[in-house]
Design a binder for this molecule. Structure first.
Ligand code: HEM
Length: 400
């Protein structure tokens, strides 16, 4: 990929704080072919249609050699996790894994976690007492999702320092700029995190405990369960932290909206959905491949081509959203693509929404903010899972 291509500019760290002008430029060519044969699709209806098109694969083993693949496509001794598979394997795994997680079989499972997670929010905010500045990422947004996914799976929270680096390496490798070195690191991380989780799953087979790994153990092969545990631990880690942080940043940049939110906490639902449109934590999905020639908006994407679906660009398509660059929690119709659409629609969306609704209203109820200490804040390197690495803020006070 040559440095002056638009995909290189999007992944360039220099543009991380504000990639939106690049997305606007991209939308002028809804289906753009890069010199290396990669296609970038950036307009709302085209992204939505392709995400629902069975001719588009999430399994990068379908890419011709020479194109980047995900760590899941390489031989690490584990099968691909279900996000990187296609039907029928995808649907069978997703249905099995959903059984202990959500409706119709387990309609109460996630709700049952609310009390414990609310306690975590309270403790994190109590620790702000006496401070005049905090880092929203380290002190608030990161610990909650980690605790949540540990509870869901039944992984000991205190093991976080062990799996943090592995999860980080896997998340970083989703960025197309990770290169060969990043991919190799991710493959090693997948093996090591897999081995850690496999031991844990083995213990749970003998002595079942709380969490879905115990419930799933009798229904899945050890390798599929291990791959699933790796996926959920990573997916549950690196996305919601960005969602909580992006919400905080966006509200502090829009004091008028913050003022309305503090007067009317019922605004939380549309407000959080608007952040998922306006600053989506997953900016694009660069791991899809055309399984056949596909005609989109007058362009044919040839079979075998890597396709990037640009969710953050689609979320600001003026043909779909009125005044799309405006942060407006009152917009009437907000069918954003922050959680994707189609068969790969975010599995964790109900959990992420619970976490966001426990964290955001309580943060703004209890904390009186004075200002952002760095704007824009320093961002993570990742262009796909985009979010601040730190969000230092000055605070004036804390209520009980
Ligand atoms: C606000 C936070 C989150 C956002 C914005 C988000 C976004 C997304 C997106 C865009 C996809 C589609 C990716 C693709 O098709 O390739 C996805 C899939 C997925 N997400 Fe999330 N996610 C979030 C939180 C979570 C959490 C907390 C979990 C853990 C339970 C999770 C687990 C998954 C899984 C397993 C998939 C794959 C679904 C499938 O292939 O059928 N996500 N997510």
């Amino acid at each position: 990929m040559t440095p002056d291509t638009i995909s290189a500019r999007i992944t360039d760290y220099a543009n991380r704080a504000d990639p939106y002008p690049l997305y606007a430029e991209l939308r002028k060519t809804p289906v753009l072919r890069e010199d290396d044969g990669t296609y970038l699709v950036s307009t709302y209806y085209e992204v939505r249609n392709l995400a629902n098109d069975p001719r588009l694969s999430n399994d990068t083993r379908n890419r011709p050699s020479g194109y980047s693949r995900t760590a899941d496509a390489e031989d690490t001794g584990l099968p691909p996790s279900f996000i990187f598979t296609d039907p029928p394997v995808h649907d069978r795994l997703r249905e099995t894994i959903n059984r202990p997680f959500g409706p119709p079989h387990s309609p109460r499972f996630l709700d049952g976690l609310r009390g414990e997670l609310a306690k975590v929010v309270t403790e994190l905010l109590d620790a702000f007492e006496g401070k005049d500045q905090v880092d929203i990422v380290e002190d608030f947004a990161y610990p909650l999702p980690v605790t949540a996914i540990c509870k869901v799976l039944g992984v000991p929270r205190e093991d976080e320092p062990r799996f943090h680096g592995w999860a980080d390496a896997l998340a970083s490798s989703l960025d197309p700029q990770a290169g060969e070195e990043g991919q190799e690191k991710a493959q090693r991380a997948r093996q090591e995190l897999g081995a850690y989780l496999s031991d844990l799953i083995e213990t749970k087979r003998r002595r079942p405990g709380p969490g879905i790994l115990s419930t799933l153990a009798p229904d899945m092969t050890p390798a599929d369960l291990e791959a699933t545990a790796v996926l959920l631990l990573v997916a549950g880690h690196e996305t919601t932290v960005n969602a909580i942080t992006n919400t905080t940043l966006t509200l502090l940049r829009h004091p008028d909206v913050l003022d309305r939110f503090q007067k009317d906490p019922d605004l939380a639902v549309p407000l959080i959905e608007e952040v998922l449109r306006y600053e989506p934590p997953v900016q694009f999905v660069p791991w899809t491949t055309a399984l056949a020639d596909i005609d989109v908006a007058g362009t044919t994407i040839p079979k075998g081509s890597p396709v990037w679906l640009m969710l953050a660009a689609a979320n600001r398509d003026p043909k779909r959203f009125m005044d799309p660059d405006r942060f407006d929690p009152h917009r009437k119709d907000n069918e954003h693509l922050g959680f994707y659409t189609g068969i790969h629609y975010c599995f964790g969306a109900p959990l992420a929404r619970i976490e966001l609704h426990l964290a955001v209203p309580e943060l703004f109820r209890r904390v009186t903010f004075s200002r952002l200490l760095e704007d824009p804040p320093p961002y993570r390197a990742n262009a796909v899972l985009r979010g601040p690495r730190h969000l230092p803020v000055a605070i004036e006070g804390l209520t009980a």
